[in-house]
Design a protein around this ligand. Structure first.
Ligand code: FAD
Length: 308
């Protein structure tokens, strides 16, 4: 079933979760066991992230090193197939522009059509390690809006219509000169055919509500799904803003800092903050809340138990 239909027909709120494909060597059974705890809450779909191959220097017989592109994780396609067959729920593979030519992306779409996948999240993708700015494949797409257009063209040509989501940034994408321009660019993705929007994680619901108001004022009418992640350690006060260009509110920062030496207390504070955010979003009428699991289940399971 398409997410656009789920969002229209939802009688009660439900969570969605995002998982990261495991590193090579993890078994299918281990992957499925890591997802199983979420199934108690009947998420109707699971997002599966996609990661570019990374450069590594491989030692050679003569003592030199060869720079090679290496895939560190199991492919999103394999993970989607495993989840579909085990849990009989919808999967949402992320399709990224980075590191892929148009032909490679078209082949991925054929694989997803073959698997009966109905929903995709179309993204530009992150930079590869060592790159300061995103460099598109010479025969690829520069912006997610182009990818959305290509998926729409594929759907038309192949008679298999994908429902397409796109990413958005309540605190603006780090490369955009300002939030208004970023929202104009978000609208280009919707105009190219995106059916819904999923946001980057945020820790202040007020910022998210203001973002939604600005999107609506800019003529973006598709559903906006809020994305949450519970903070789980004092170290994440630095790591999350650095990795995702987001703010952590002063109140949460101070609470965590006051317990910086107590791991369990930080975990509790982060979980309770996120649970309160989720409660508030549901009270504001949002039917779906998206959780970034990043391979960790316990705190999110607790939040889902509190709220769904
Ligand atoms: P775009 O929408 O292309 O925007 C990128 C930048 O270009 C923005 O600053 C935007 O304002 C600007 N821009 C857009 N269109 C134009 C235009 N026509 N002209 C000028 N400027 C323009 N990354 C991964 O590698 N794998 C994942 O699985 C993954 N999953 C994600 C899931 C979610 C929900 C989100 C929010 C992000 C995810 N990311 C993932 C990260 C994402 O790939 C990065 O944030 C990336 O830097 C931007 O991707 P985008 O699709 O938002 O890009």
């Amino acid at each position: 079933m398409k997410i656009s239909q789920m969002l229209k027909g939802a009688e009660r709120p439900y969570p969605s979760i995002e998982i990261v494909p495991p590193l090579k060597g993890v078994t299918k059974a281990e992957l499925l066991d890591s997802i199983r705890p979420f199934m108690e809450f009947n998420p109707p779909f699971v997002n599966v992230t996609t990661h570019r191959d990374e450069f590594e220097f491989l030692p050679q017989a003569d003592g030199s090193f060869r720079r090679a592109l290496v895939r560190k994780r199991v492919s999103e396609t394999a993970v989607c197939a495993a989840i579909q067959s085990e849990f009989k729920i919808e999967v949402v593979p992320h399709v990224i522009c980075g590191g892929a030519s148009r032909e490679v992306i078209e082949s991925q779409l054929h694989d997803f059509q073959f698997l009966g996948v109905e929903n995709l999240l179309a993204l530009r993708g992150d930079c590869i390690t060592g790159e300061k700015r995103f460099v598109p494949d010479p025969d690829g797409y520069t912006y997610a809006s182009e990818l959305v257009g290509a998926i729409a063209a594929f759907s038309k040509a192949r008679g298999h219509s994908f429902c397409v989501g796109v990413g958005a940034y309540p605190e603006k994408h780090f490369e955009a000169p300002n939030l208004e321009t970023d929202i104009e660019n978000l609208k280009k993705k919707v105009d190219a055919g995106a059916d819904y929007v999923v946001t980057q994680m945020f820790f202040d619901n007020k910022v998210f509500y203001e973002f939604c108001d600005k999107c609506r004022a800019a003529g973006i009418t598709v559903p906006i799904i809020p994305g949450l992640k519970p903070l789980s350690s004092a170290r994440q006060l630095e790591l999350l803003p650095e990795a995702f260009s987001i703010d952590i509110p002063l109140e949460l920062t101070n609470e965590i800092k006051a317990h910086a030496d107590d791991r369990a207390a930080c975990y509790r504070i982060g979980t309770e903050w996120c649970s309160a955010q989720c409660r508030d979003l549901l009270a504001h009428g949002f039917k779906t809340v998206h959780f970034y699991t990043m391979g960790k289940a316990d705190n999110i399971v607790e939040i889902l138990r509190d709220n769904f």
